[in-house]
Design a protein around this ligand. Structure first.
Ligand SMILES: [Zn+2]
Length: 139
Protein backbone atom coordinates (compact mmCIF):
# COMPACT_ATOMS: atom_id res chain seq x y z
CA UNK A 1 0.00 0.00 0.00
CA UNK A 2 1.28 3.43 -0.89
CA UNK A 3 2.18 5.76 1.94
CA UNK A 4 -0.48 8.29 0.91
CA UNK A 5 -3.13 5.60 1.18
CA UNK A 6 -1.90 4.59 4.62
CA UNK A 7 -1.94 8.19 5.82
CA UNK A 8 -5.47 8.57 4.50
CA UNK A 9 -6.65 5.64 6.56
CA UNK A 10 -4.89 6.92 9.68
CA UNK A 11 -6.49 10.33 9.25
CA UNK A 12 -9.91 8.70 9.38
CA UNK A 13 -9.01 6.83 12.53
CA UNK A 14 -7.73 9.94 14.32
CA UNK A 15 -10.75 11.98 13.38
CA UNK A 16 -13.29 9.73 15.02
CA UNK A 17 -16.03 11.46 16.97
CA UNK A 18 -15.90 10.60 20.64
CA UNK A 19 -19.29 8.89 20.51
CA UNK A 20 -17.83 6.31 18.16
CA UNK A 21 -14.90 5.64 20.52
CA UNK A 22 -13.03 2.40 21.12
CA UNK A 23 -12.67 1.47 17.49
CA UNK A 24 -9.52 0.16 15.90
CA UNK A 25 -8.56 -0.21 12.26
CA UNK A 26 -9.41 -3.56 10.80
CA UNK A 27 -7.81 -3.13 7.39
CA UNK A 28 -9.06 -2.12 4.02
CA UNK A 29 -10.73 1.01 2.84
CA UNK A 30 -13.24 2.40 0.39
CA UNK A 31 -11.82 3.34 -3.00
CA UNK A 32 -13.55 6.74 -2.78
CA UNK A 33 -14.29 9.20 0.02
CA UNK A 34 -17.92 9.35 -1.03
CA UNK A 35 -19.97 6.37 0.10
CA UNK A 36 -23.52 6.06 -1.19
CA UNK A 37 -26.21 4.59 1.03
CA UNK A 38 -29.83 3.57 0.83
CA UNK A 39 -32.18 3.04 3.73
CA UNK A 40 -34.90 0.46 3.17
CA UNK A 41 -36.90 1.53 6.23
CA UNK A 42 -38.75 4.84 5.71
CA UNK A 43 -39.60 5.02 9.43
CA UNK A 44 -35.89 5.34 10.19
CA UNK A 45 -34.96 7.87 7.54
CA UNK A 46 -34.33 10.55 10.14
CA UNK A 47 -32.11 8.32 12.26
CA UNK A 48 -30.11 6.99 9.30
CA UNK A 49 -29.67 10.41 7.70
CA UNK A 50 -28.68 11.94 11.05
CA UNK A 51 -26.10 9.20 11.65
CA UNK A 52 -24.67 9.76 8.17
CA UNK A 53 -24.59 13.51 8.80
CA UNK A 54 -22.74 12.94 12.09
CA UNK A 55 -19.99 11.11 10.22
CA UNK A 56 -19.96 13.64 7.40
CA UNK A 57 -19.33 16.47 9.87
CA UNK A 58 -17.06 14.51 12.23
CA UNK A 59 -13.78 15.49 10.59
CA UNK A 60 -13.37 11.98 9.19
CA UNK A 61 -12.63 12.40 5.51
CA UNK A 62 -15.71 10.59 4.28
CA UNK A 63 -19.09 11.61 2.93
CA UNK A 64 -22.09 9.34 3.19
CA UNK A 65 -24.55 10.38 0.49
CA UNK A 66 -28.08 9.13 -0.11
CA UNK A 67 -28.64 7.37 -3.37
CA UNK A 68 -31.07 5.06 -5.11
CA UNK A 69 -31.06 1.48 -3.94
CA UNK A 70 -29.45 0.46 -7.20
CA UNK A 71 -26.52 2.83 -6.80
CA UNK A 72 -26.04 2.36 -3.05
CA UNK A 73 -22.83 0.85 -1.73
CA UNK A 74 -24.34 0.59 1.74
CA UNK A 75 -27.78 -0.89 2.31
CA UNK A 76 -29.52 -0.23 5.62
CA UNK A 77 -32.46 -2.40 6.62
CA UNK A 78 -34.29 -4.04 9.50
CA UNK A 79 -33.15 -7.50 10.51
CA UNK A 80 -34.59 -9.50 13.37
CA UNK A 81 -31.58 -9.76 15.61
CA UNK A 82 -31.41 -9.70 19.36
CA UNK A 83 -28.67 -7.10 19.04
CA UNK A 84 -29.47 -3.49 18.23
CA UNK A 85 -27.58 -3.54 14.95
CA UNK A 86 -24.91 -5.22 12.95
CA UNK A 87 -22.74 -4.57 9.94
CA UNK A 88 -21.34 -6.69 7.18
CA UNK A 89 -18.62 -5.32 4.94
CA UNK A 90 -17.71 -6.97 1.67
CA UNK A 91 -14.00 -6.71 0.94
CA UNK A 92 -11.65 -7.79 -1.77
CA UNK A 93 -7.91 -7.43 -1.23
CA UNK A 94 -8.29 -4.54 1.13
CA UNK A 95 -10.77 -2.76 -1.08
CA UNK A 96 -14.32 -2.30 0.16
CA UNK A 97 -16.98 -3.23 -2.35
CA UNK A 98 -20.18 -2.80 -0.39
CA UNK A 99 -21.79 -3.12 3.01
CA UNK A 100 -25.04 -4.03 4.68
CA UNK A 101 -26.21 -2.62 7.98
CA UNK A 102 -28.92 -4.46 9.88
CA UNK A 103 -30.92 -2.65 12.54
CA UNK A 104 -33.46 -3.98 15.02
CA UNK A 105 -36.94 -2.60 14.84
CA UNK A 106 -38.66 -0.90 17.77
CA UNK A 107 -35.96 1.47 18.96
CA UNK A 108 -36.66 5.16 19.36
CA UNK A 109 -35.18 7.51 16.77
CA UNK A 110 -32.36 8.75 19.04
CA UNK A 111 -31.24 5.28 20.03
CA UNK A 112 -31.50 4.27 16.39
CA UNK A 113 -29.29 7.19 15.39
CA UNK A 114 -26.57 6.03 17.80
CA UNK A 115 -26.91 2.45 16.62
CA UNK A 116 -26.63 3.40 12.96
CA UNK A 117 -23.71 5.78 13.63
CA UNK A 118 -21.97 2.92 15.44
CA UNK A 119 -22.61 0.49 12.60
CA UNK A 120 -21.40 3.02 10.03
CA UNK A 121 -18.10 2.95 11.93
CA UNK A 122 -17.78 -0.69 10.88
CA UNK A 123 -18.74 0.28 7.37
CA UNK A 124 -15.73 2.62 7.39
CA UNK A 125 -13.51 -0.32 8.36
CA UNK A 126 -13.31 0.27 12.08
CA UNK A 127 -13.80 -2.29 14.80
CA UNK A 128 -13.78 -2.52 18.58
CA UNK A 129 -10.34 -2.56 20.20
CA UNK A 130 -11.35 -5.63 22.16
CA UNK A 131 -12.51 -7.69 19.16
CA UNK A 132 -10.67 -11.02 19.08
CA UNK A 133 -11.75 -13.40 16.33
CA UNK A 134 -12.55 -12.13 12.84
CA UNK A 135 -16.20 -12.89 12.19
CA UNK A 136 -17.56 -11.07 9.18
CA UNK A 137 -20.54 -9.68 11.02
CA UNK A 138 -20.01 -7.16 13.80
CA UNK A 139 -22.44 -5.75 16.28
ZN1 LIG B 1 -20.17 -2.68 17.96
Amino acid sequence: MRLAAILGVVAVACALPSTAGAFRLEGGRWPTRTISYYNKVPAYNWAVDTAAYAWNTSGARVQFVKSSRRDAKVLVGVRWFKVAGDAYVQRMKGRFLGAKVGIRNGQDRYTMTLVVAHELGYVLGLDHETASAQPRTRT
